[in-house]
Design a binder for this molecule. Structure first.
Ligand SMILES: [Zn+2]
Length: 262
């Protein structure tokens, strides 16, 4: 266990704060990419406001989880229901942080794990909502993975992390070109190459086959579920990023288990 039991509430609060930051990133980054010349819209501006009537939100309603409870799931100004995704993201990251605190053995790994989880949740949600894996999230994920390996505190060596990053990128880049040449259509987006490169840096090259197999099986299961529940066509495009994110998160924990750092 990375911390004493007494610190677990603090870990949960930090996890919920990470979830709140993820909510901001998932909402603002796609808008920033769609309006590259709009200098009035960035990660901080305009201040958070009601989506219906544009009234600025008081600071205490932005406190993770507590804000939702105070508002009872509706906006204070015009009583419109708030999307449940916001509170679920904060709650989910609080729970993941607690789980990591129980599983991991050092504070450095715990901090890295919370950051890894937050960036992966951000990428998962952005890809689900916008079919987009922004560089603003995949690049920090890659660099943080390489820095963790450089520090020696992670589960893989720097050599394995660098080879993992290069191999992860090249494998999906090659697959993309094979699909494009054979079927004359794009099988995936460039963000998928970058996400697998980042996962290679965090998990090492030896985990890449497992990450890819897990991601493919998860994506296939989601396609079949969408077909059965929502009658969606199997030909319809489905994002690959969420499968990669979930599979990569599990592979990182397994890589730590293998390296006996628990
Ligand atoms: Zn309002």
């Amino acid at each position: 266990m990375a911390v004493d039991l007494i610190f677990l509430p603090l870990i949960a609060v930090l996890g919920a704060c990470a979830g709140s930051v993820v909510n901001v990133l998932v909402w603002r980054i796609p808008v920033m990419l769609a309006q590259p010349h709009n200098r009035d819209f960035n990660l901080c501006l305009p201040r958070s406001h009601c989506p219906q009537c544009k009234t600025p939100v008081a600071w205490y309603y932005n406190v993770p989880l507590a804000g939702w409870l105070l508002l009872k799931g509706c906006t204070a100004c015009c009583q419109q229901p708030l999307a449940r995704r916001y509170v679920l993201t904060e709650l989910g990251l609080a729970m993941l942080s607690l789980l990591l605190a129980c599983l991991l053995s050092s504070e450095v790994l715990l901090a890295a794990g919370v950051l890894f989880s937050a960036l992966l949740v951000g990428l998962l949600l952005t890809d689900l909502e916008h079919m987009l894996l922004p560089d603003m999230l995949t690049q920090p994920l890659l660099w943080c993975g390489l820095l963790l390996a450089l520090s020696g505190a992670g589960p893989v060596s720097l050599e394995s992390a660098v080879v993992g990053a290069v191999t992860g990128y090249l494998v999906l880049w090659l697959l993309y070109w094979v699909v494009l040449l054979v079927r004359n259509k794009e099988g995936m987006g460039h963000g998928d190459f970058k996400l697998l490169a980042a996962l290679g840096a965090w998990c090492g090259w030896h985990m890449l086959p497992s990450v890819l197999l897990g991601a493919a099986l998860l994506t296939l299961a989601c396609m079949l579920a969408a077909r059965i529940i929502h009658q969606r066509s199997l030909q319809e495009a489905i994002p690959f990023g969420p499968g990669l994110a979930v599979s990569g998160w599990l592979a990182w924990l397994f890589a730590i288990h293998q390296s006996l750092v628990w």
